[in-house]
Design a protein around this ligand. Structure first.
Ligand code: HEC
Length: 133
């Protein structure tokens, strides 16, 4: 390859690299839900979960003990398939996502303008992590 062409290829590669880095979310600290989802989730939590749980059970060190380092898809599946304990499978996808957003918000994970969606491949790629204490 002539030198000029090599240089051009190198520059294109650099531009591609720069445009990719930092854009694909990898953890729950990367802004994977909206404030509206969390707000809706807080209401749902009160009406559907609070008779058995307090949100503290899913926050801070209690959150870490079960969920830190685990893919977001696992939390989704746990809620969608097993909760509420006496009516498993009764929640719609947007409800489960809103409940997750509420839990993320309670843990100080940042919201963004990108809503969490029921995309299992995406949620498998997201590692649950809280802000460093
Ligand atoms: C009738 C009581 C009841 C209701 C209502 C209920 N849960 Fe649970 N939940 C439990 C019990 C008991 C456990 C632990 C036993 C088990 O593993 O099933 C549990 C476990 C969990 C866990 C896994 C343990 C953990 O600490 O992470 C999650 C997450 C969870 N519940 C979320 C929810 C959410 C979200 C709702 C509301 C949609 C909900 N639950 C409603 C009784 C309930």
């Amino acid at each position: 390859m002539p030198t000029r062409m090599k240089r051009a290829v190198f520059i294109v590669a650099l531009i591609l690299l720069a445009s990719c880095s930092g854009q694909v979310p990898e953890t729950s600290m990367d802004g994977i839900y909206t404030a509206q989802q969390a707000q809706r989730g807080a209401g749902l939590f009160e009406s559907l979960c609070a008779r058995c749980h307090s949100v503290q059970e899913f926050s801070g060190r209690s959150f870490d003990a079960i969920w830190a380092g685990v893919p977001a898809a696992a939390l989704y599946t746990r809620i969608a398939n097993t909760m509420p304990l006496d009516q498993p499978g009764s929640l719609g996808i947007p409800q489960v996502l809103a409940l997750m957003a509420h839990i993320f918000n309670e843990n100080g994970m940042p919201a963004s303008s990108t809503p969490l969606e029921g995309d299992m491949d995406f949620m498998m790629s997201i590692t649950l992590t809280r802000p460093a204490q």
